[in-house]
Design a protein around this ligand. Structure first.
Ligand code: E4P
Length: 217
């Protein structure tokens, strides 16, 4: 499973990237707002840190304007994935931009039928939002499973990018289903390493080590 970091915080990206945990980055207008930075400038900096796909989202609603914004964002670096919303205009823009050889991440996907359309429009990535479905008492993980089945049935190459991941269990479940990629905030990725039995075990080992009176160095 590839790990993308869902943030525009360059320090957090650099930190995780140094550990080899970053296969790509996803941003959105809310994350750009949170960063307090200019979209072009911060996206360029992120592309200089990470060699994998970096998603940058358009904000236009009409296909021609989305295409123009997408081309401008794609000029930032060769590893830009233009992020387009799953609307009819977004699908039109997806077809054009992928036809030009650009990577496209179709975002705000909340149904299997939407994911089917994105694959047919040639999307490089489809982003089903797990947490936002769970928020309204629907089953985000079932959507990942449905898309996996549909894409496998027909051999679609669009990668399933499990998004809106809020918990470590989301990561495990999406990996079990076979999502190609997951994108999560840095704090969720860091939590993947935590286990109370690891902490407790380490505490006991260190206490016993003290009692031996030995040193390794
Ligand atoms: C994905 O690309 C989105 O940026 C993100 O995962 C949305 O997550 P949220 O629902 O927690 O805002």
């Amino acid at each position: 499973m590839k790990f993308f970091v869902d943030t525009a915080d360059v320090d957090a990206i650099r930190d995780l990237n140094d550990l080899g945990m970053v296969d790509g980055v996803t941003t959105n207008p809310s994350l750009i707002l949170k960063s307090g930075r200019d979209i072009i400038e911060v996206t360029r900096e992120i592309c200089g840190i990470v060699s994998g796909p970096v998603s940058a989202e358009v904000v236009a609603l009409e296909a021609d304007a989305m295409i123009a914004e997408g081309r401008k964002l794609a000029e930032i670096a060769p590893n830009i994935a233009v992020k387009l919303p799953l609307t009819w205009d977004g699908l039109k823009a997806c077809k054009v931009l992928t036809g030009e050889g650009r990577m496209v991440n179709v975002t705000l996907c909340f149904s299997a039928n939407q994911a089917l359309l994105a694959a047919k429009a040639g999307a490089s990535f489809i982003s089903p939002f797990i947490g936002r479905l769970d928020d309204i008492n629907l089953d985000g993980m079932q959507l990942i499973a449905d898309i996996r089945q549909i894409y496998d049935n027909y051999g679609f190459e669009t990668e399933i990018l499990a998004a809106s991941i809020r918990t470590v269990n989301h990561v495990t479940e999406a990996a079990k289903i076979g999502a190609d990629v997951m994108t999560a905030p840095p704090e969720v990725i860091r939590k993947l390493a935590s286990h109370p039995l690891t902490d407790k075990g380490l505490e006991t080992f260190l206490a016993d080590w003290q009692k031996t009176g030995q040193k390794i160095l």
